[in-house]
Design a protein around this ligand. Sequence first.
Ligand code: WTA
Length: 656
Amino acid sequence: MSNSTIESVLQEQRVFEPSPAFSQAAQIPSMAVYQKLYDEAAADPAAFWAKLAEQELDWFEKWDTVLDWQPPFAKWFVGGKINISYNCLDRHLTTARRNKAALIWEGEPGDSRTLTYAQLHREVCQMANVLKGMGVKKGDRVGLYMPMIPEAAVAMLACARIGAAHTVVFGGFSAEALRDRLNDAEAKVVITADGGFRKDKAMGLKPAVDAALDDNAVPSVTNVLVVQRTQQEIDWTTGRDVWWHEAQPTVSADCPAEPMDSEDLLFILYTSGTTGKPKGVVHTTAGYNLYTHMTFQWTFDIKETDVYWCTADVGWITGHSYIVYGPLSNGATSLMYEGAPRPSNPGCTWDIVEKHGVNIFYTAPTAIRAFMKMGDELPKARDLSSLRLLGTVGEPINPKAWMWYREIIGGNNCPIVDTWWQTETGGFMLTPLPGATPTKPGSATKPFPGILADVVDAEGNPVGTNEGGYLVIKHPWPSMMRTVYGDDDRFRRTYWEHIPPKDGKYLYFAGDGARKDADGYFWVMGRTDDVLNVSGHRLGTMEIESALVSHPSVAEAAVVGRKDELKGEDVYAFVTLEGTYTASDELKAELKQHVVKEIGAIARPGEIQFTDALPKTRSGKIIRRFLRNLASGEEVVGDATTMEDQSVLEKLRQGN
Ligand code: WTA
């Protein structure tokens, strides 16, 4: 985070109380009620979660032990039997929710669909039976590479129903990235579509699946289930590929949910870290179900009649927890949109709010800044009066964007919940509860009840008021990641030993810096590690560097984030070439395209700077701090005397 941003955050003094009308109708109506819940949970977290698990979820068998904590490995509700697909579907069918909209879907070209709980249940059972027919069994893994269509949610719930773990790979990742993830998870089946619509174009998906599986590159995959969406021409591998619309009518719509152990694998979701390949974050069944259920219910203060819209993609954790599982477990109506604001109708977001009378809208700061740039006229030309609550996630939100969101979208009448969390945490960790918490623009405010958060120094000691430090969690919570898939050691090292455990006390730290103000409000300051946040998407600098170095022309590459007004951060790459290659604009373009091929369009460098040498310490470590300064056009700060070759910086400043 740059100094100017820190200053603006430090200067931010405004406080917005929830309106009396909002509070009176809210589930958590005051800070007194929040504090009571918080204290109760802090005093005995296991008892707190057990009570909610009993009240809020349906179980096939009750657990024996609420929490088994062998740091850093936690098990929740040990001995319990449960199924999240049952909790998201079956249990609503015997209530008035049976014919309520579970999913409202808007396609980009203007088509739309509504699936009631009964209809969604039917489709999920059918897809579950198709998967069974392909030999998918409890414990197997299924890869999803999907556009934002209802079948993406259907596929997730179908896997959960039969006890197969899904691993969703964001449709913007390349064939190479998909192949790595499918191989790591040893997926048996891939569920995909011919393509999907985005920004007025039909994007292909099946071709990337074909490329990923080419030459038997993922030997575990036996079948590909293909949903027809765009009707593009696609290649077909007979015996392996199956059309969903052909298989669906051949199977029964009856498929009882498999009773799962609380700790059975629910899904793997790959995310970027500082080192090595993306890691498979493991989430299990019961704790994840409970935590996403409660955080959705209290943070969005969900009412039976609400239409709730989260603009994320199901390829990210936000889509998992807050498009699919959290909302459906609560019997809510979750709206899904296929695309993004598109050139042919940049105001389509607000058309959808108006058309469906959306009450709760949840998006990312990068989207809010893009909306701001498109101008106030677009939202002002629509009736947004149905909105009663707004949310944000993905990166620190700058107070200016927060205020615009509040005034222009919320009509000064909607609380804003700024939710801080991660793929690893499964659900919200820091967040206002909208009927209770006074909000400050740019602060994710306070921990959710049951979450013991703090800001500490490198030794794990709490830092003083308004002092920056590491944001840590001090006690396990139900939806915490259980491990890195297939790599317990990496899990321990990455998340629990960064701050050395003391006296058997482990602190969870996953990369963010923060400070706490005099009111105990948390201000997340961004990543402290080499992870970039580009438009709310997490990217490891190492991954992009490896992609660049895999091109024959590149000898060495160093990637840093450059501050970007819209995206938050942009990818900036410093590249040294192999002797026989010369720098040119064509080579720059080729290298950018190479990164797109290796990882996906989200990782495309905004800028590549060729250089003869990179600034290094005497021991050969690249001094990224200097590169970050250079990329952002700032003065290089810090001690340059440890550098091996002082002339390197000067040359870089001059652009070579
Ligand atoms: C950042 C997304 C500030 C943070 C749910 C975190 C945020 C990373 C916020 C996780 C927020 C997310 N304020 N920063 N409200 N929400 N972040 O795993 O750096 O894709 O570590 O999960 O996003 O990204 P991930």
